[in-house]
Design a protein around this ligand. Structure first.
Ligand SMILES: Nc1ncnc2c1ncn2[C@@H]1O[C@H](COP(=O)(O)OP(=O)(O)O)[C@@H](O)[C@H]1O
Ligand SMILES: [Mg+2]
Length: 416
């Protein structure tokens, strides 16, 4: 498109504008804008955008598509001002970002940008973002409670159990536990097996994707930064699937700052997952974060993963103190001892007993060492069941999964 900003803008009615250093750098955006809006859009430079927003015409705008790349780092103050001004005028903002770091993006989203799409634009991505934006703005207009039935179909109708796993020392085996428990649940009961979703909330060092040989995608970041407008399709299409049975939300492609995600974000994702699956398994980070409480409160079981060593003991002690001090719920807490001593290892068993007594806890689950096969399965990106069907760790996890499925069925029977 050759028209200058001013000329194009003057040819109103304009329903949307791109804002960028030079829109010619984003030719896929030009194509998509034309597809969505025909001639009813204009392009603005950063410098001109503020002036345009001050004109009465700007009141008619539905949205700005602000396109940025790494060369715009120096324009951030200007860009932030444009977003704030637009939001003040009730104009939506969609970010189109090429190679922009997650921290910058996060700041812009927090300032009120409603959505973010990576550039080069994936097929249909701008169309979907506009759809989500419109849905979100009409969603706000619906009075609460008026759309009960509709709301449920937009979410999904299930009421899944939440099982979270929190390592009390790095390498204690939490992710191995989460991945293999999730797989065993998804295979418990043959054709009648429950549906299972595994959420990797270890935002920075998440390794579920490695253990199941999946890519960490941009879409996860998009989802986590837009949970307010997340619908069922958006959520389900962000999940990846292992062997058509286990649905997984991996960690995002970039390391996300842990405080980027709020308790509200986590609650929305958990609720969405529960509404669509029988079981939701959550792999937690080893640190206590502002949304630990959110997961703890939602969890039917919150497994604290330990080993028979001083680090695990000390971290268990400080976790228990934190939970008590903040009066957080502890009913769902289940202590798991990984690489537990063998039946014949009397000295080891005595040590485990002393550790439990000194912490005033009991180990509800004891998992044996599964030998080097465990790390091999993880490195091959496969659940243990697919690589080492006779593994002792697998046997224990399968028993646990069957007991959990059984308990849920009994509870459903009693409730019916
Ligand atoms: N019971 C076990 N037997 C043998 N190896 C294990 C066992 N549990 C975990 N591992 C291995 O220990 C390492 C760390 O496990 P991981 O699940 O990533 O821990 P975390 O998520 O707690 O940091 C991995 O290499 C894994 O294969
Ligand atoms: Mg882990």
């Amino acid at each position: 498109m050759s028209s200058s900003a001013a000329k194009k803008v003057a040819a109103a009615p304009v329903r949307a504008c791109t804002v960028s250093r030079d829109v010619q750098n984003f030719d896929l955006l030009i194509e998509d804008m034309e597809m969505e809006l025909g001639e009813a859009w204009g392009d603005l430079t950063f410098a001109f955008a503020m002036k345009y927003l001050d004109q009465p015409d700007a009141r008619e705008l539905e949205f700005l598509a602000i396109a940025l790349d790494d060369e715009d780092a120096g324009n951030m103050a200007q860009i932030e001002a444009i977003i704030q001004r637009a939001r003040g005028l009730d104009i939506e903002v969609i970010l189109i970002a090429e190679e922009l770091g997650p921290i910058v993006l996060h700041r812009l989203l927090r300032l009120g940008a409603s959505d973010f799409v990576p550039y080069p634009l994936p097929e249909g991505a701008l169309h979907d973002a506009i759809g989500r934006m419109r849905q979100a703005s009409t969603a706000v207009a619906v009075p609460p409670g008026a759309a009960g039935g509709q709301m449920q179909s937009a979410m999904g109708g299930k009421k899944g159990s939440v099982l979270a796993v929190h390592p009390l020392a790095g390498g204690a085996g939490a992710t191995t536990f989460a991945v293999n428990l999730a797989w065993e649940l998804a295979n418990a009961g043959g054709d009648d097996a429950p549906s299972v979703c595994l959420l990797d909330f270890d935002l920075q060092t998440g390794s579920v994707s490695t253990y199941l040989d999946m890519a960490r995608t941009e879409r996860v970041f998009e989802l986590l930064s837009n949970t307010a407008v997340m619908d069922r399709d958006f959520f389900l299409s962000t999940l990846q699937c292992h062997n058509e049975k286990l649905h997984v939300l991996t960690a995002a492609a970039d390391m996300l700052p842990l405080d980027m995600i709020t308790p509200d974000d986590i609650e929305r994702v958990l609720n969405m997952a529960r509404a669509n699956f029988d079981f939701v398994v959550v792999d937690m980070p080893g640190t206590v974060v502002q949304w630990t409480e959110t997961v703890l409160t939602a969890a039917d079981s919150y497994f604290a993963m330990m080993e028979l060593d001083m680090r695990s003991a000390q971290n268990a002690l400080s976790l228990i103190r934190t939970l008590k001090a903040e009066e957080l719920p502890m009913d769902g807490l289940r202590y798991v001892l990984n690489r537990a001593p063998k039946f014949t290892d009397l000295a080891g068993k005595a040590r485990a007993k002393r550790m439990a007594e000194s912490l005033d806890i009991s180990f509800e689950v004891m998992l044996p060492d599964g030998t080097a096969q465990v790390t091999q399965a993880n490195d091959h990106g496969m659940p243990l069941a697919q690589i080492a069907p006779k593994n002792p760790l697998l046997k224990e996890l399968r028993k646990l999964a069957q007991a959990i499925v059984e308990a849920r069925r009994n509870a459903a029977r009693i409730a019916a």
